[in-house]
Design a protein around this ligand. Structure first.
Ligand SMILES: *Cc1c(COP(=O)(O)O)cnc(C)c1O
Length: 392
């Protein structure tokens, strides 16, 4: 099918819930994609931080095929090797104690919310179930994670929402302390607010939050759905803030393109969720877990150092354009945001796409770049050349 045939089926039969780019992706290799009309693109999106190993990765595809030919799915009522092996890699990589596997970021965050509330209930009883999140955050699209998201426009239409969330200003301890009543059981943060505009939290702020959580016996829940699994150049971003969360969620990049997510808990929280307390039909699915094992095996210290290095190279490359449209560059590793002025971030994204570079937007005015972690210098240079053409 060509683009207009696909688009016509979409418009006839699919809910129109996305502001889609006006191309249909057909196939890819590495960090390069081709659309149905044969046009080539450098990909600075990786499907919103998902395809960490790029496209058509042989080891990844083979692991999925091999597992599909053994057993593609079986219930969590049975043990299987792929999720067990995966947990044995993820847990030590994060310095945590145990893993729960689900399918998506929102589901992972819901699990952490349940963990915090049960931890607090078992220790302190009722009336201590509030979770403080940050303004401008994004935690998912279920009824509960929409409410956890600290942006008013996500709280329209779908009420009644889940109770028990309050919001504090990011990087402002006074604002957090103002919410620190006796009803609180946890604080949940993204270390770089992704959807909100690629806004990193300050290290001293994160450390103060961790200290306050420890003092009050609030759980520190870190949403690493976007920042986790090598995206920022360490297995998890919290490792660059020198804090240890009580629970950390992950999803997007974990299985390199298959639906997968979950959370890790610290020793203190290991026995909070017990048989019957939590579960997921597809969670820990053998094919997704097999794919995730390939991703985790790829994240060697050398590979992660390259992610940092390539991220620095891309940030410097954008700065060197001296573009009048760029007002500031932020981010860590291969999670990069550039403030855009003089045209909207969406206009710029469309112009870049027309010249062969795919980018994302975030917040009100941010161009967001999340290339596959395996992107080559040559591919980065090609992307920068498109930026130079459009943005000089
Ligand atoms: C994408 C994202 C989510 C939601 O993940 P889904 O898989 O879409 O449910 C939650 N938190 C953060 C930080 C995200 O970037």
């Amino acid at each position: 099918m060509n683009f207009s045939e696909i688009k016509s089926l979409d418009e006839s039969y699919v809910l129109q819930t996305y502001g889609r780019n006006q191309i249909a992706i057909d196939h890819g290799r590495g960090a390069t994609l081709w659309d149905t009309e044969g046009r080539e693109y450098i990909d600075f999106t990786s499907g919103i931080g998902v395809c960490s190993l790029g496209y058509a990765n042989e080891a990844w595809a083979k692991a999925i095929y091999d597992q599909a030919m053994k057993v593609g799915h079986i219930s969590n009522l049975f043990y299987t090797e792929p999720y067990a092996r995966l947990a044995s890699k993820l847990v030590p990589a994060a310095g945590m104690a145990a893993a729960f596997f689900g399918n998506s970021g929102a589901e992972a965050n819901e699990g952490m919310i349940k963990l915090a509330r049960k931890y607090s209930f078992e220790k302190y009883g009722k009336g201590r179930a509030t979770i403080i999140t940050l303004k401008n955050s994004f935690h998912g699209r279920t009824i509960t994670t929409l409410k956890a998201t600290g942006q008013d426009h996500f709280h329209d239409f779908f009420f009644p929402f889940t109770d028990g969330f309050r919001y504090a200003e990011a990087n402002n301890m006074d604002s957090l302390l103002a919410e620190a009543d006796g009803d609180v059981c946890a604080v949940m943060v993204e270390l770089i607010q992704g959807e909100g505009g690629v806004n990193p939290l300050q290290k001293d702020y994160v450390q103060s939050v961790a200290k306050l959580c420890a003092e009050k016996d609030w759980l520190l829940l870190v949403d690493e759905v976007q920042t986790g699994i090598g995206r920022t150049g360490t297995a998890f971003a919290f490792q660059q803030f020198d804090v240890q969360p009580d629970a950390v969620s992950f999803a997007k990049g974990i299985a390199g393109g298959l639906p997968f997510g979950g959370f890790l808990v610290s020793e203190k929280c290991r026995n909070v969720l017990r048989a019957g307390d939590h579960g997921s039909t597809f969670g820990g699915n053998p094919m997704s877990a097999a794919a995730a094992n390939v991703v985790m095996d790829t994240l060697t210290p050398e590979f992660l150092a390259e992610v940092q290095e390539k991220g620095g190279y891309l940030r410097k490359g954008i700065a060197a354009l001296n573009s009048p449209f760029v007002s500031g560059i932020r981010g860590m590793g291969l999670m990069i945001g550039a403030g855009i002025q003089g045209m909207t971030h969406k206009e710029l994204k469309d112009k870049l796409m027309a010249e062969g570079l795919l980018c994302l937007t975030a917040g009100k005015d941010t161009l967001r770049l999340l290339p596959p972690l395996v992107i080559t210098k040559e591919e980065i240079d090609k992307g920068l050349a498109v930026m130079a053409k459009v943005m000089k």
